[in-house]
Design a protein around this ligand. Structure first.
Ligand code: C2G
Length: 129
């Protein structure tokens, strides 16, 4: 079984996220999503989520491409996660191009093109006008 992992906040989940998750799953048989906790988002990414972790987890677990959701609590957990979950491929959108190449020591590292025209920030801005 080929295991894939990806990381993110996935707040106000949209088709850009779905495109990423779909392509990530196509790289293997089992997709793990490490979902940023509310604390990690606030303390380390300075992001305030619209939906709390449990709701974002519920939404992700309803997506056909997602097999397991685990918490992302720190920037430093990726190497441990990849080894613990016996991951073959680490996937991120290419806005992170090169940022996680250190994981090549443990697994394949793939950056996929983002869906350009959509973002959670854009959705919030559009709704606030
Ligand atoms: N994404 C995408 N296209 C978009 C928006 C997002 O492909 N239009 C991808 C991002 O590149 C990322 C994933 O969807 O791979 C999740 O995006 P975010 O929730 O914004 O995640 P981010 O805040 O980048 O957190 O340790 C890594 C971080 O947790 C990533």
């Amino acid at each position: 079984m080929k295991r894939v992992i990806t990381y993110g906040t996935f707040d106000l989940i949209h088709y850009g996220h779905i495109n990423l998750l779909k392509r990530a799953k196509e790289l293997g048989d089992y997709l793990i999503v490490a979902l940023s906790t509310d604390e990690f988002n606030w303390n380390s990414k300075h992001k305030k989520c619209y939906f709390p972790y449990q709701k974002r987890q519920q939404l992700l677990e309803a997506i056909r491409y997602v097999d397991l959701v685990i918490p992302e609590e720190s920037w430093e957990q990726k190497a441990q996660d990849v080894q613990l979950y016996k991951v073959d491929t680490f996937v991120m959108g290419d806005d992170w191009q090169g940022k996680f190449d250190f994981l090549k020591e443990y697994c394949q590292v793939v950056y996929l093109p983002r869906t350009p025209e959509i973002s959670t920030t854009q959705i919030k801005e559009d709704l606030s006008t």
